[in-house]
Unconditional design. Structure first.
Length: 461
C-alpha cells in the first residue's frame, strides 16, 4: 500500500538529476515525498518545519533520479533464457515458438516474478510486459502476470498481445500457438475492461498489442487499433526489427513496415513500437509527424544481430524514444540499468560516432522517454513536485564510481551502480540492492523449477 498522504519521507544530501524539461540538476539537494507524490525537489536541505516526517534519509554519496521505465519486455521468456544463442531473429523465433507454446499459468507467474525482480532491484519502478502467447487451456496468463507485478510493488503496463497468423497462413508461429481473430479481440477487450486503470496514480494499465507483422493478420492489426481507440488505451507492437521483416512486408503487402502500419491505423501518439532498427528517413519522418513512439532495445538488437537503430536521428526528428530490456530469451541479464550504458555505446558505433548520445540523453531515454511512450509523462519519468513518488537512490561513493566526478556520467558510463533505495508510489521496494517485496532466493528456485518443467514438456511433445 502507498503511504498516507500525511506521511513524509525526507531525502537529503544527494546529487539529483531531475530529468525535467530543463535537465535541472543539483550537486547536493533534497527530495520530499508526501504520501505517493513528490512534494518538493531542490538544492540544499529540505524546508524546515515539515510535519508528519516518518523518515529522514541521509543520502550522501548518492545520485537521486526518477525510477527507470522499461518500455518493452516479454516476461515469459525468463524461463527460456540461454537457448538459440547463435540465431538471427527469424531462426530464433522458429526454434523457440514450439517451446513457448507449452507455457501455462504457473510458468507465467514464476517467469514474471523473475523478470520483475531483476528489473526492480536494478532501479526499474515502471515495467511493461508484451505477452502474446496464449495456449489453449493454459489458464489466466494475464491475471498471473498482473498479480506478479502487484505483489512486487512495481507500476505496470500489460500489453495484451495476440497472434493469429500461423504457419499455414504464411506466418512464423506454429498453428497451435495462435488464437483466432475473434478470440484474440474478445480476450483483449476483456483484459482491458477487467484490469485497466486510467487514474493518475494507476498501478496497472493495459495496452492492445498484436505481436508483429509476421505473426498477425492485417485484420487483427486494423481491428486491434479500432478496439484500443474505442476503449481509450494505448497500442503496442514490434516494428522494423530486421531486414527479414522488411523483406517479409514487401513480399506480402507490397510495402515496407512503416507504410503497412500506417495503412492499418498503427501510427499515432497513442502507439509505440519495439525496436524500429531498419528505418529510413521517410519512416522516421512519419513517426515524428504522427508522434509514434519507439522502445529502443540495444542489447537484444545486438544479441540477435538485428542492427543499430537510428536513435540519434529519431531524437533529432522529435520521435518519442524510451528504452526496453526486451524478452529475457534475447537479453539474458534482464536489467534495464545496463541498457543506459549499452544504448550510449552501441549508438556510438553508428554513423554519428561520439556525437550519437550523451550520458544525459541515455538517462532521459530510460526515464521520461519511457514514461512518454507509455503515455504517462505527466505522472512519472522526472522528479518534479506533484508527480508520483517513483525514485531511485544510486550509490556512487564505492570503488566502482567514486573517482568519477560527474554523477550522471558515473551512472551511465560506469559499472552498474548499486541501488540503495527504490520507491514506487512512495513505498520503498528495494533496500541496499535487495528486494523488500519478494524472497529472491525463493524466486530463483521457482523460476529454475518452472524452466525445467517447461523443458521436459517441450522435449516430450
Amino acid at each position: 500500500m502507498a503511504p498516507s498522504a500525511a506521511q513524509r519521507t525526507v531525502i537529503e544530501n544527494c546529487a539529483i538529476a531531475t530529468v525535467d524539461a530543463d535537465d535541472t540538476e543539483y550537486a547536493s539537494g533534497h527530495v520530499v515525498l508526501a504520501g505517493n507524490r513528490i512534494e518538493t525537489v531542490g538544492p540544499g536541505a529540505a524546508p524546515g518545519g515539515l510535519t508528519d516526517v516518518v523518515r529522514r534519509i541521509d543520502a550522501s554519496g548518492h545520485l537521486a533520479t526518477p525510477g527507470l521505465v522499461n518500455a518493452h519486455h516479454h516476461f515469459y521468456q525468463w524461463i527460456t533464457r540461454g537457448l538459440a544463442t547463435d540465431h538471427s531473429l527469424f531462426d530464433w523465433l522458429v526454434a523457440l515458438y514450439p517451446t513457448w507454446a507449452r507455457i501455462d499459468e504457473p510458468m507465467c507467474r514464476a517467469a514474471a516474478q523473475g523478470s520483475l525482480a531483476m528489473m526492480a532491484r536494478g532501479g526499474v519502478t515502471t515495467a511493461m510486459d508484451h505477452h502474446y502467447v496464449f495456449p489453449e487451456g493454459a489458464g489466466d496468463l494475464s491475471g498471473a502476470i498482473i498479480g506478479a507485478a502487484a505483489d512486487m510493488g512495481v507500476r505496470f503496463t500489460l500489453a495484451r498481445g495476440s497472434m493469429d497468423r500461423g504457419e499455414k497462413d504464411g506466418g512464423l508461429p506454429p498453428d497451435f500457438a495462435v488464437e483466432s481473430l475473434e478470440d484474440a479481440l474478445a480476450a483483449t477487450e476483456e483484459t482491458v475492461k477487467r484490469h485497466h486503470d486510467a487514474s493518475f496514480d494507476a498501478m496497472t494499465q493495459v495496452a492492445v498489442a498484436p505481436c508483429s507483422p509476421f505473426s498477425v493478420s492485417t485484420e487483427l492489426l486494423r481491428q486491434g487499433a479500432e478496439l484500443a481507440r474505442r476503449l481509450g488505451v494505448r497500442l503496442h507492437t514490434h516494428g522494423s526489427e530486421t531486414v527479414e521483416e522488411e523483406r517479409f512486408c514487401h513480399e506480402l503487402f507490397g510495402m515496407g513496415p512503416t507504410d503497412y502500419f500506417e495503412s492499418t491505423g498503427w501510427l499515432g501518439e497513442d502507439v509505440w513500437m519495439a525496436h524500429c532498427v531498419h528505418m529510413n528517413d521517410a519512416d522516421i519522418a512519419a513517426f515524428a509527424r504522427t508522434g509514434t513512439g519507439v522502445a529502443h532495445c540495444p542489447s537484444s538488437n545486438a544479441r540477435l544481430a538485428a542492427g543499430i537503430a537510428r536513435v540519434p536521428d529519431m531524437l533529432a526528428a522529435g520521435v518519442p524514444v524510451g528504452l526496453g530490456v526486451d524478452g529475457a530469451a534475447s537479453n539474458e541479464s534482464g536489467e534495464l540499468h545496463t541498457e543506459l550504458r549499452n544504448a550510449l555505446l552501441v549508438n556510438r558505433l553508428g554513423p554519428h560516432r561520439e556525437a550519437a548520445l550523451t550520458a544525459r540523453q541515455a538517462l532521459r531515454l530510460g526515464t521520461c522517454g519511457g514514461a512518454r511512450v507509455l503515455g504517462r509523462a505527466d505522472q512519472i519519468g522526472s522528479l518534479e513536485a506533484g508527480k508520483l513518488a517513483d525514485l531511485v537512490l544510486w550509490r556512487l561513493d564505492t570503488l566502482a564510481h567514486a573517482s568519477i566526478a560527474d554523477p550522471v556520467t558515473a551512472l551511465v558510463f560506469g559499472a552498474a551502480a548499486p541501488v540503495t533505495a527504490s520507491f514506487v508510489d512512495g513505498r520503498q521496494i528495494v533496500q541496499d540492492g535487495r528486494l523488500l517485496t519478494a524472497d529472491e532466493d525463493a524466486l530463483a528456485h521457482a523460476t529454475r523449477d518452472e524452466a525445467r518443467r517447461l523443458a521436459r514438456i517441450a522435449a516430450r511433445d
